[in-house]
Design a protein. Sequence first.
Length: 591
Amino acid sequence: MARGLSLRKYNAIIPLLSSAVRSYCLLHTHKSISVKGKIGVPINFDKEVKCLDDAVSLFNRMVRMKPIPSLPVFCKLFKTMLSMKHYSAVVSLFQEMRKLDIPINDFVLNILINSYCLMHRSDCSFSLLPFYLKSGIPFNVVTFATLIRGLFAEHNLNDAVELFKKVVRENICEPNVVMYGTVMNGLSRRGHTQKALSLLRLMEQGNTKPDVYEYSIVIDALCKDGNLDAAINLMNEMKQKGIPPDIVTYGSLIDGLCKLGQWEKVRTLFSEMVNLNIYPDVCIFTMVIDGLCKEGKVEAAEEVMEHMIKKGVEPNIITYNVIMDGYCLRGQLDRARRIFDIMIDKCIEPDIFSYSTLINGYCKKKKLAKAMQLLGEISQRGLKPSTVTYNTILHGLFEVGRIGDAKGVYAEMLYAGPKPNICTHSTVLDGYFRCGLVEEAMSLFNKLERKRENTNIAFYTVVLNGLCKNGKLDEAHSVFEKLSLIGLTPDVRTYTTMITGFCLQGLLDEAKSMLRKMEDNGCPPNNVTYRVILQGFLRCSKFSEMETFMKEMADRGFSFDASTAELLVNIVRENPSVLDIIPELHSKNKY
């Protein structure tokens, strides 16, 4: 867990919780502890709190009032600050309340726990549990639902599930639909759909019955897994139990069906929704439009958009971006630009995704002048290019050999743009190598290594590939040997890159040795690996030594690609005896 947190650390606290709750409830009615008295002047939070300074100023004014406002007023202030995402400020003001001996209730503590969880500091949230016991404040379901959600947010799935089990097993509080939903949502978002479904079944047998929210969580998870039949069956179960699906349920199913291209079922669900007086919103229409665009049916997607407008549902910026992307995927840049202009005419301001989509389309068509023009427009609209925007245009510029412009864009990004990520650096390095700027590439690579920038095996493979293709095999081998020292494991692409380098230099023994090394290290070669090494042996006329690799290819079910087949045909024309060493050539390989 984050900051070294482990739920076991709190095992001494958790068993006390249920008895503490029971004891307190026998002695007290469940009421919030608050300061008596009313505020002399009403506080209008919407008008008075526009920023953090306003919130702090109001807090300081409140604590000087006589009498001090009641605790619900402080809670309202803290909730306003949470909505503005000033989590650490809530913690600071809470500490001020403690210094001023202002009594605290469960609502304030739950807000504080939520603040810590939103800061991904659930360890601090847990440290507040003894405060409940010490102050005689009862635990409630909100406290533990918030803690569980915080643990899931920090990817501490095991601890989140363990805490939920403790709450149920030790009867600390009765889980409600929100707590069950929190656990199901946490499980399903992390790919544990079957566990979420099992919890739903357990809930069906208990006192707290699932409602449409819990069913929709599991249905959505099943849809994301591509298990549409199970999702539809679960929706039918809901209906049989008298729980009508809502727009969220239908949205999940429609999205899943669109991704699988099952348009007839989509139409059926649309009709079913309308019959139940559940009308598709812009979100659901956009799902359908996106599905059609992904299949290349952009004209049909535009028809859906026209239909939604007739039904009184206005497309939003996401709808327009999706259709633009659909046209860009088909290379129809004029139509994509038309959608962009329509959006502006309707007074919908393009966002950075709109620009990035169109820039990507122009880059793929090698229309870099228009892409660069759009990049310039971004700042004029008061927007800032994203990392994706820069990465896209850098790739496009290097692709057409505009090295000077690429360097300029990269320099601009370093000076005023978002921080480059590993994809940015990989794109720039690859571009330098492809333009033969090996020294500049290695200078950047060494600089990134010294700065301990975030790297992965794909990043190093770009460097190895660039060195090999520029004839710097010794340097490439040196970088390759260093991988194990920095804790990176070569993958099949990394090994294949090195084998390609050896084959290009005619170092077939080294290539063969690398092939055996990758298998020994638990990284089996793929079709591309064999094609590379086979082409290397063919080019060097090492026909007798190829036989082993040809047999291995056949045994693994691999086949030649067009370039290998063409090379082989040319060699067979000059040396027909090569056919004798090719095992089952006509049945295994088609060319």
